[in-house]
Design a protein around this ligand. Structure first.
Ligand code: NAD
Ligand code: UGA
Length: 460
């Protein structure tokens, strides 16, 4: 019988990374069979339908190119492991919530369980690829678990971290800045490197496929996220100073971003960064530095997270103080709950922190978001207070004392704020946690406007 596919690629973990990454690999590599497995049957069913389990612009079109042709979704993890040549592991690696390293170290239980499952169900040599974000030197431990088998099977471990951002996952995957492949520089390691380069070279220019040793690849992923988050905390710290000095953070960001050594991207001051990875990965880096006795380095990076916490706190404090130090029973509309635009993901969203603090002050919240209402309900389940959910921003703002913009959805820029203003309690406040609105125009309509890192525009 002719083997129809050149290789069987398996991905364990059908989440925000595993699903889109494999969909693009399958679409671009019709000669590879790509199967994505997960223990979560509901998620797998959704991947088989047109209601994908995650909202990501353009993703369904890519899935449709390959699904049923060379892209398959399954819950039969064991059988698929047996058939695979290359296994990407893209399970979650959250921050530990128990024992040593609580609150900082990565919880590697899902990864280790997967490694043991791979050993149990394998009969042939396999290439195991770390797609999840892992502490530097995790591959060491994984290799020991994988290769401590008495079946004579060799598992080669490579690190191929993912750099996609949610909301732009499809373009990021189709046209990545780089693909990083970390392997051992041994004979089997170099074969693995070649195999992965061959896969990505189906659509990524070879000059963008970079190789390194395994440890550099693991550490590069943590470092990339730390640097990106650091830029946001840096500009947010300057935003606080702008608010005291009448400097304008957008003007400052524009001016410094013109320096090509600094660059203009990732300098938008905001209510704070969210998402499942920045905080987790920086705290993981902090934990690693502490583990290696590098306390000054650990402290340096921990401050990126501390400034982010400070920024969210500062946002709520500004709301409270400007609304006459009381927001009890006041209706406040939150525009956006997702951690960024174009995703329904709310993991570590600043909106969660802001909502909880406002509820502590006994505000009456109305939460609006085009894609994240269901996740918001889950995030706030069991929290005391008055919360309404309404995906329509107009009705959510009706009768409200204030609007807080927490996600930079472009539709919030296009709303008719005259209509919104006329339906609100007076004085009406707007706190733009993303600096996306036309503040002068809002002020002229009658709002008291509080941007980030800019002078507030008030009528009193
Ligand atoms: P996720 O929680 O969306 O998906 C992980 C999936 O793994 C879940 O569906 C879970 O059911 C499954 N899983 C867990 N244990 C399993 C097992 N033993 N067998 C089979 N399936 C199992 O997580 P995610 O956002 O896709 O992130 C995955 C990894 O990728 C993390 O390490 C993360 O840091 C990293 N990462 C995430 C992003 C992002 O934008 N979300 C970007 C780059 C890297
Ligand atoms: C981030 C990185 O950008 C990806 O490269 C990385 O792969 C991913 O983490 C990961 O490892 O999970 P993501 O968290 O999906 O991607 O989204 P970002 O676009 O980085 O935004 C993160 C947060 O920072 C959002 O809350 C966003 O609103 C905020 N942000 C971003 C700002 O406040 N200001 C900016 O200038 C940029």
């Amino acid at each position: 019988m002719v083997q129809p596919f050149k290789k069987n690629v398996l991905c364990i973990g059908a989440g925000y990374v595993g699903g889109p990454t494999m969909a693009v690999i399958a679409a671009k590599c019709p000669d590879y069979k790509v199967t994505v497995v997960d223990i979560n049957a509901e998620r797998i069913d959704a991947w088989k339908s047109d209601e994908l389990p995650i909202y990501e612009p353009g993703l369904l079109d890519v899935v449709k190119i390959a699904r049923g042709r060379n892209l398959f979704f399954s819950t039969d993890v064991d059988t698929e492991i047996m058939a695979a040549d290359i296994i990407f592991v893209s399970v979650n690696t959250p921050t530990k919530t128990f024992g040593e390293g609580t609150g900082k170290a990565a919880d590697l239980q899902y990864w280790e369980k997967t490694a043991r499952n791979i050993v149990k169900n394998s009969k042939t040599n396999k290439l195991i690829v770390e797609k999840s974000t892992l502490p530097v030197r995790t591959a060491d431990a994984m290799e020991r678990i994988l290769n401590a088998n008495n079946k004579g099977i060799h598992f080669e471990v490579a690190s191929n971290p993912e750099f996609l951002a949610e909301g732009t996952a499809v373009p990021d995957l189709l046209n990545p800045d780089r693909v990083l492949i970390g392997t051992h520089e041994t004979e089997t390691g170099l074969i693995a490197r070649k195999e992965l380069v061959e896969l990505y070279a189906h659509w990524v220019d070879i000059s963008k496929i970079i190789s390194s040793n395994v440890w550099s690849a693991e550490l590069s992923k943590l470092t990339a996220n730390a640097f990106l988050a650091q830029r946001i905390s840096s500009i947010n710290s300057i935003a606080a100073l702008c608010e005291k000095t009448e400097a304008n953070v957008s003007e400052v960001a524009y001016a410094i971003g013109k320096d090509t050594r600094i660059g203009s991207r990732f300098l938008n001051a905001s209510v704070g960064f969210g998402g499942s990875c920045f905080k987790k990965d920086i705290l993981n880096l902090v934990y690693l530095c502490e583990h290696y006795g590098l306390s000054e380095v650990a402290m340096y990076w921990e401050n990126v997270v501390k400034i982010n916490d400070y920024q969210m706190k500062r946002f709520v404090r500004t709301m409270l103080h400007s609304m006459f130090n009381t927001i009890a029973k006041k209706r406040i509309a939150l525009f956006g709950f997702a951690f960024k635009a174009d995703t329904g993901d709310t993991r570590e969203s600043p909106a969660i922190y802001v909502a909880k603090q406002l509820l502590d002050e006994q505000a009456h919240l109305v939460i609006s978001d085009p894609k994240a209402i269901e996740n918001a309900k889950r995030d706030l389940r069991g929290i005391n207070g008055t919360i309404e959910y309404d995906s329509n921003p107009y009705s959510s703002a009706k009768g409200a004392h204030a609007i807080a913009v927490l996600t930079e959805w472009s539709e919030y820029k296009k709303l008719d704020y005259e209509i919104i203003f006329s339906s609100m309690e007076k004085p009406a406040f707007i706190f733009d946690g993303r600096n996306i609105l036309d503040h002068q125009k809002l002020f002229e309509i009658g709002f008291n406007v509080f941007p980030i890192g800019k002078k507030a525009l008030t009528h009193f």
